[in-house]
Write a protein that binds this ligand. Structure first.
Ligand SMILES: C[S@@+](CC[C@H](N)C(=O)[O-])C[C@H]1O[C@@H](n2cnc3c(N)ncnc32)[C@H](O)[C@@H]1O
Length: 224
């Protein structure tokens, strides 16, 4: 919503707000356990805001996003995907969407929390995530930090307990960054630490970009 005010409206066709807790598009009001959309419908937003009820863990609903959001965008220009505060494995779903849809030229992913520990004991023993050229499991995310990890993780404050959680979170973010398929189409990616929560660990942002050269307006490659 802030972006609808901040971004140049003439350069944006619409902002699609995706969440499984929106009401159905045909509903008149939001149900008790749904997100109210009054602020969306009542506001005179500079860029049109559209809500889309979608469970991004359901492959059928992801296909619907491809059909009704990413597909039509081919005619208008590139898509920027903002995936902010994605809990647990939702971050994996966002990355799969970026990997599968070249129309998404930029992705900003701010992972929210580690995937649940129940995934270590799931029927699939443990849950695993596979991407083009990369694969990791819930065990890789939750196992104790080893000296091997210290070689690939950024330095962290060494406060007891908190330091370990910080490192596990950094390792989760590293796995996510590696899951972004950078094998083609000029994909670049990087993780940046931006201190928004000084007393907590969720300060890592993943940026991924694709060259925009195929867009009719041309344009420079996103800087990563
Ligand atoms: C931590 S909130 C972040 C919301 C918002 N991006 C923000 O920064 O305020 C996580 C959101 O993910 C939504 N969510 C949870 N599981 C989902 C799923 N499988 N598909 C789509 N949205 C989901 C929840 O309804 C919730 O609104």
């Amino acid at each position: 919503m802030f972006l609808a005010e901040l971004l140049p409206a003439e350069q944006l066709q619409r902002i699609v707000l995706v969440d499984k807790c929106w009401p159905e598009v045909t509903a008149e009001t939001a149900g008790a356990h749904q997100i109210s959309w009054d602020h969306i419908h009542d506001g005179n937003w500079k860029v049109p805001l559209v809500t889309r009820k979608s469970n991004i863990k359901a492959s059928r609903e992801v296909k619907q996003l491809q059909k009704y959001v990413f597909g039509p965008a081919e005619q208008h220009g590139p898509v920027i995907m903002l995936a902010v505060h994605l809990c647990g494995a939702l971050s994996c779903k966002a990355i799969a969407m970026f990997n599968d849809n070249p129309i998404i030229k930029l992705m900003l992913l701010k992972p929210c929390c580690l995937p649940s520990k129940q995934m270590l004991r799931s029927r699939r023993h443990p849950v695993e995530w596979s991407f083009p050229g990369y694969f990791f499991t819930a065990t890789d995310v939750h196992k104790a930090i080893s000296s091997e990890d210290m070689e690939w993780l950024p330095p962290q404050p060494t406060t007891r307990g908190v330091g370990s959680l910080n490192r596990k979170f950094s390792r989760w973010v590293k796995h996510l960054e590696r899951a972004i398929d950078s094998s083609g189409d000029g994909v670049c990616k990087q993780t940046e630490k931006i201190l928004v929560q000084p007393n907590y660990f969720q300060n890592e942002f993943i940026f991924a970009g694709r060259h925009c050269a195929t867009h009719p307006d041309g344009g420079d490659a996103p800087e990563c």
